[in-house]
Design a protein around this ligand. Structure first.
Ligand SMILES: CC[C@@H](C(=O)O)C(=O)SCCNC(=O)CCNC(=O)[C@H](O)C(C)(C)COP(=O)(O)OP(=O)(O)OC[C@H]1O[C@@H](n2cnc3c(N)ncnc32)[C@H](O)[C@@H]1OP(=O)(O)O
Length: 350
């Protein structure tokens, strides 16, 4: 009986036609009685149904695209495995992932001898870590940083020289677009912690996070024009979303150096970190970044992830699809543990 009521709710959950609302509510009233006895079990069952339902439409589709790399796949003549093998021919450095019990992971671009320039093998590692994070159910946040006080100086110029033919360049570009698009779409609150320099591809990398926190003295610079290039890792498209097309045109057209003050002014930076050498007790840049992110990752993972998902749908999908995705995500938290607890505590938001 429980299952049949849940099926009824679920079948109506995915429609917004007003004439179906009474059915929805009658099923819900019956559920209300049952909820009193075994709320958590029912909620867990409903979650199961929501997850398995093929009609859990828009967000599911977004996730599907996400897990298959979405931007490019074999229908675009793109072979991920082939590109991975090509990139592995340019080794050096590492991308390190630390998943913490707090639910905030730290991803470190680690190649200090080359100012954290990305080698081919680091690109592959990045993609592998993104896959891991896509499956991190307890995750809430992500901080991306560079090792040894600088963010990233873009792609490794020796690798760039070796693959300067258009075919290989396109493949690397598609690989990085896939990896960074999936990074931005993680249901985690992400922040790039920018110390030192973020140049070229490094500047693009910062735009694949939800927030950018700039340490004093740091610089984000899209140097592509100086290299006879434009961004190719999705950095231009994301930059337009972040700072608007006028500012993006200036930053790319002038290869402008963005310091923390300019970053804040145009909305590229969301916060400026204190210089630990000048401010006693400020903490390391990483500690400051964790503190800055803490208010956005406070609460249960399911709710934090839901927040990111509805914002992501609003940003990426046409309105009608975004609304359906929002409804689907809403369905995953409505009546959930955090919701029931808040209702029981009669919380006031003063
Ligand atoms: C599509 C292209 C685009 C993209 O993929 O989107 C790119 O990213 S292209 C790369 C764009 N980046 C650059 O052009 C950076 C070039 N480097 C510099 O401007 C400077 O090195 C620096 C980053 C401003 C740092 O200057 P400085 O503090 O004076 O240190 P060094 O210059 O001595 O650097 C130390 C060491 O690191 C090597 N290095 C730096 N960046 C790269 C890089 N992108 N690729 C490979 N190697 C890099 C640099 O050559 C030095 O090595 P050694 O000379 O062997 O000591």
């Amino acid at each position: 009986m429980v299952i049949s009521i849940l099926m009824k709710v679920q079948s109506n959950w995915n429609y917004s036609k007003p004439r179906e609302l009474p059915v929805y509510f009658s099923a819900f009233t019956s559920l209300g009685h049952l909820f009193r006895s075994s709320r958590m079990t029912l909620w867990a069952l409903r979650q199961q149904l929501l997850r398995s339902s093929s009609s859990c439409a828009a967000w599911g589709r977004l996730l599907q695209r996400q897990s298959s790399g979405w931007v490019y796949s074999n229908i675009h003549g793109y072979d991920q495995q082939e590109v991975r093998e090509k990139l592995q021919a340019f080794p050096g450095g590492s991308i390190d992932l630390l998943k913490q019990d707090s639910g905030v992971a730290v991803l470190t671009i680690n190649r200090p001898t080359r100012m954290n320039a990305l080698s081919g093998s680091m690109m592959v590692e990045l993609e592998e870590h993104v896959s891991q994070l896509e499956n991190w159910t307890e995750g809430k946040g992500l901080i991306v940083q560079g090792a040894a006080g600088t963010f990233c100086s873009g792609s490794d110029l020796s690798a760039v020289r070796a693959i300067s033919n258009p075919q290989d360049g396109m493949k690397m570009c598609m690989f990085m677009q896939n990896a960074l698009t999936r990074l931005l779409r993680l249901p985690l609150m992400s922040a790039a912690l920018v110390e030192g320099r973020a140049l070229g591809g490094g500047a693009e990398f910062t735009t694949a996070c939800d927030f950018r926190l700039m340490a004093s003295g740091s610089v984000i610079q899209f140097v592509h024009k100086h290299m006879g290039l434009v961004p190719g890792w999705g950095g231009a498209a994301r930059l337009v979303h972040i700072v608007g097309s006028q500012n993006a045109l200036k930053l790319l057209g002038g290869a402008l150096k963005v310091d923390p003050a300019l970053g804040l002014q145009i909305g590229l930076a969301d916060g400026v970190l204190e210089d630990p050498r000048a401010e006693e007790g400020a903490g390391t840049p990483l500690q400051q970044a964790e503190r800055w992110l803490s208010s956005y990752v406070k609460g249960p993972a399911a709710v934090i992830q839901a927040v990111k998902k509805v914002v992501l749908s609003g940003r990426e999908l046409p309105l009608s699809e975004a609304l359906r995705a929002e409804k689907d995500v809403f369905g995953t938290v409505w009546g959930g543990p955090a919701n029931l607890q808040a209702l029981a505590s009669k919380s006031k938001h003063k």
